[in-house]
Design a protein. Sequence first.
Length: 460
Amino acid sequence: KETKLWGGRFKESVSETVERFTESISFDKELYRQDIMGSKAHANMLAKQGLMDNIDRDKIFEGLSEIERLIESGEFQWRADREDVHMNIEATLTDMIGEPAKKLHTARSRNDQVQADFRLWCRDTIDRIVTCIIHLQVSLVTLALKNEDVIIPGITHMQRAQPVLLRHHLLGYIEQLEHDIGRLVDCRDRLNFCPLGACALAGTGLPIDRFMTAEELGFSAPMRNSIDAVSDRDFVMEFLSANYTIAEHLSRFGEEWVLWASEEFGFITPTDCISTGSSIMPQKENPDPMELVGGKSARVIGGLVTLLTMCKGLPLSYNRDLQEDKEPVFDSINIILKMLEASIKFAHNISFNKERIYKALPAGHLDATTLADYLVKKGQMDNSDRDKILEGLGEIERLIESGEFKWRVGRDVVHIKIKAAVTEMIGEPAKKLHTARSRNDQVQIDFLLWCRDAIDGIVP
Ligand code: ARG
């Protein structure tokens, strides 16, 4: 049995049970490209700083390139007894080029190495996901353009509400995906700092150049604190939570399309190539891909929960528990990419049934709001109404803050309670306040402003 990289002082070799239990090579080999890239940057820096000579550096470069080739052609021997991707690559390099390979681990530990590898991997993957989201957005725009003039019954509470253009609805999905891109881009910016040089946790007394490795690997700068550098998994949680909202959005519109494809709605017809059948009911053609988009989102939620649970009790700095961060990420990303692909395919292969949709339009009093608006226009609000309303609202605020305001159970939500109270106070003009608004947009703005204030309270 070969001596482990860390095995110098061990008298007995590790048991196979423990070896099998602690290995991560079965999944972290996914990081090979980033590991090789990081090692090359590290070797370059060691050579420039006089911690290795150029001949050794060149041998290391050559060896690492050969290893990359072997991995990509499937000829590389991954060994569980070499524990993880870092030791597999380094030990193979030693087999290949001998002594010089051993100098590569100068001024580094697997603790900073795995962080650097994983950050690079997440960075690349974010770029891939963003590209896929943009493809989906383009598919949805195409679908919107193809059905430019179609009007559908807009729905709230799953009840007919107001007529809307189909493209308005589809553009709603695109906005949601745009929020997702924003979150991914933020996450990318925040994770793009280089942990190399932190070594095990305390940095090194050797004269390394952290700025050089950071720059060579495309990071914005080295991380500021070496203990944070080996402990932090915020970037993983943030990445998973950004993925979670993507999954949630895809799942929501997936479920909607499933409804639209039902006999009850009949708004869309998926083509055969995106449907599957039943083994017992010959008439069936099910929109399974979109159902599975919903179903698979559960695993992405699971990934985030795993990470949160895994990290919550960990003291600083590196703990082996942290090795468990990779599988949930690999699994979630794999799923997210497939969910995006399936949604793109679906968007390209449905047609809207104008006839069915138009049959649905006359029912449900969809024009009631327009009619109400027409009546409202006749009694528009004037400045004196506005002043009375402002005065009334000011008084209500005072009453609430002094504890004199009567919160009444029958008036179900805060909006109704306040509006009813102003009406009691100032009469007719108060009723005009609800012109051109619904509690649906009102609650959104209330909560958004509340959250903004709350954030300012946390970060003054
Ligand atoms: N495979 C480990 C991980 O993914 C690498 C770091 C291990 N460090 C250690 N000292 N055992 O977290």
